[in-house]
Write a protein that binds this ligand. Structure first.
Ligand code: 13P
Length: 251
């Protein structure tokens, strides 16, 4: 099994000063850590400075989105090759906030997954059902559709760099209720089976949605949870470190 990934999604937060201050505290605190793969995902404007700050450390860098084309007349967009150029190792694709607020579709997600793979970067592919889909019991169909569509026509080589993040929409953010570990693990098992059917290999699958210091140990110990994807609890270095330390103690 690969090293569990614990990724912090900073969403639309942090000035340059705040972003670099967080990693400056994080680097010495996790030096020597080889239990988990630590990934931070700042806003575009902080990527360069954070890349410089974490250079030589064991922290990896993710962008929160990209455009599907490498270059051209696409005012306001940022492409995967440029994210590689700035020092990213991963790009988050298909986060539910992008699907819900910015019109991201299974089709655009698939195009972006291809663009990220083409640039030689890893994809953190986000999927998850809404509350309505859970309540009308269509979540399995939704999750399977999201996985199959997103991974369509990827080559074996490109598939090697995909990590799935299962983030039930109803579990994310201030109004979110964390999934129980039993619920999350059951969905993750189904997602992994679907991805294996498409890709022919076991794909790592993270859980995200109201992860906090209290629930992280139970979640990370589930057989189908290969890591955690954290929003609010990773925005302060103390919260993120607390989770890293607690997880390292049980894996
Ligand atoms: P929260 O941890 O704040 O619920 O956010 C999760 C998330 O969206 C990570 O991508």
């Amino acid at each position: 099994m690969r090293t569990p990934m614990i990724a912090g999604n900073w969403k639309l937060h942090k000035t340059l000063g705040e972003a670099t201050a967080l990693v400056a505290e994080l680097i010495p605190a996790i030096a020597g850590n080889n239990h988990v793969e630590v990934v931070v995902a700042p806003v575009y404007t902080a990527l360069h400075k954070v890349a410089e700050a974490i250079s030589g450390s064991n922290i990896k860098l993710a962008a929160q989105n990209c455009y599907a084309e490498a270059q051209g007349a696409f005012t306001g967009e940022v492409s995967a090759p440029l994210l590689k150029d700035v020092g990213c190792q991963y790009v988050i694709i298909g986060h539910s906030e992008r699907r819900q607020l910015f019109g991201e579709t299974d089709e655009s997600v698939n195009r972006k997954v291809h663009a990220v793979a083409e640039a030689g970067l890893g994809t953190i592919l986000c999927i998850g059902e809404t509350l309505e889909e859970r309540e009308n019991d269509s979540m399995l169909d939704v999750l399977r559709r999201q996985v199959r569509f997103a991974l369509r026509n990827l080559s074996t080589e490109q598939m090697a760099h995909v990590v799935i993040a299962y983030e039930p929409v109803w579990a994310i953010g201030d109004a979110g209720i964390p999934a129980t570990s039993d619920y999350a693990d059951a969905r993750q098992a189904e997602i992994i089976a679907t991805a294996e059917d498409v890709l022919g290999r076991r794909v790592p699958c993270l859980y995200g949605g109201s992860v906090n210091p209290e629930n992280c140990q139970e979640l990370i110990q589930c057989p189908h949870i290969d890591g955690l994807f954290i929003g609010r609890s990773a925005w302060k270095v103390e919260g993120y470190l607390d989770i890293l330390t607690r997880c390292a103690a049980v894996i």
